[in-house]
Design a protein around this ligand. Structure first.
Ligand code: SF4
Length: 353
């Protein structure tokens, strides 16, 4: 059975081809063609030797995830349902901003973290995605963009905020990030990639020495352990007192922050006292606080806070000189907003293929 081309970092592809005796420049030609030019047909590459072609055609596959379904929101957010070879599916979201795009990637089918506010968490974990399935989401979304919105710019930002806990799938996420950063690959800037975590400590312990220098976002959602544990059950095992000091140690470039995501839920964690405790917890750290008014999904007991409460919360955090923003919700019409992704098809918005 053929293995996927998209599972290889640049270095591992070089080694793979070298083991077959291919010339040293062949990996660069292949990486350029597939990632910079976003092509899936290696036969046309100038300079690719007949021997390398024979090797790659007989041993590698260039298949991307199959696009089962596309939904487009009125604000032009696009949600894809991709399926993989074993029939498992994930959702991926393209979020537009001034004709540029952020892609929100999934890292697992379902998720083991079981966060109380999260649609994905209701599924449990089916399996982690392979590197090629993560990179494949990016490439397939980029291909759709080129075909359907040719005047728009390319994908500039990547966030690992789709289905799954990325650090629970550390190795495959890391290799996907290496491919995205590679000068021979997608060539994204490191500050354009953000990995969001619920605070999965085993992954955070590996991050410092192993993960390339990309942004990190922590799902905070409450500074109070008792409340946070209700929202994010792994907080009981890996509490904030262990997680935050570790994250603050991560190497960061100039002007780089740690993003703390705070999902505001009506009458649960949106009070002035919650805001004050959050500000005190993060005062003096490299925090950038992102306030996200809750996006309801079918069956949830939680509700969106009032605008007044959101503004007051923002004001209190800001008064401690902590950078803070209120995230504009995009894509909630098609359940493409944070915490709303799930691996099943729905027909609740405009559909196109
Ligand atoms: S919020 Fe993230 S970590 Fe928590 S259950 Fe949902 S996908 Fe998993």
């Amino acid at each position: 059975m053929k293995s996927s081309f998209y599972q290889y970092s640049f270095e591992s592809l070089r080694k793979y081809l070298a083991d077959f005796g291919c010339r040293a420049d062949q990996a660069r030609l292949l990486f350029n063609w597939h990632y910079k030019k976003n092509k899936t047909t290696p036969c046309e590459i100038n300079g690719l030797s007949a021997y390398t072609k024979k090797i790659i055609y007989s041993s590698l596959s260039f298949d991307l995830p199959v696009m089962d379904h596309v939904q487009i929101s009125e604000d032009l957010t696009v949600k894809f349902l991709f399926s993989f070879q074993d029939g498992k599916k994930v959702e991926t979201v393209l979020i537009p901003f001034n004709q540029k795009y952020t892609v929100c990637l999934s890292s697992q089918v379902g998720c083991a973290m079981n966060c109380a506010f999260c649609y994905t968490g209701t599924q449990g974990l089916t399996r982690s995605l392979k590197t090629e399935e993560i990179v494949g989401q990016f490439l397939a979304a980029q291909t759709w963009l080129t075909l359907n919105r040719p005047d728009d710019d390319r994908i500039l930002n990547v966030v690992f905020m789709g289905q799954g806990e990325p650090l629970h799938n550390f190795d495959n996420v890391k290799t996907a990030v290496e491919i995205m950063l590679s000068q021979n690959g997608l060539s994204l800037a490191d500050h354009k990639i953000t990995i969001s975590t619920s605070g999965y400590l085993p992954g955070l312990l590996r991050w410092k020495n192993e993960m390339p220098s990309v942004n990190i976002a922590l799902s905070l959602h409450s500074p109070i352990d008792e409340k946070r544990s209700q929202l994010i059950p792994i907080n009981r095992k890996y509490p904030l007192k262990d997680v935050i000091p570790l994250i603050e140690e991560f190497p960061q470039g100039k002007k780089r922050f740690v993003t703390y995501e705070y999902l505001l839920i009506r009458d649960f964690n949106d009070s002035e006292e919650d805001a004050l405790q959050t500000a005190k917890l993060l005062e003096g750290t490299k925090a950038f606080v992102n306030l996200i008014p809750f996006n309801p999904f079918p069956g949830t007991k939680w509700q969106r806070p009032t605008d007044e409460k959101v503004q007051k919360f923002h004001q209190i955090i800001e008064s401690y000189r902590i950078p803070v923003t209120i995230r504009t919700t995009k894509g909630d019409q098609i359940l493409a907003a944070c915490g709303q992704l799930k691996s099943s098809e729905r027909n609740d918005a405009k559909t196109a293929l």
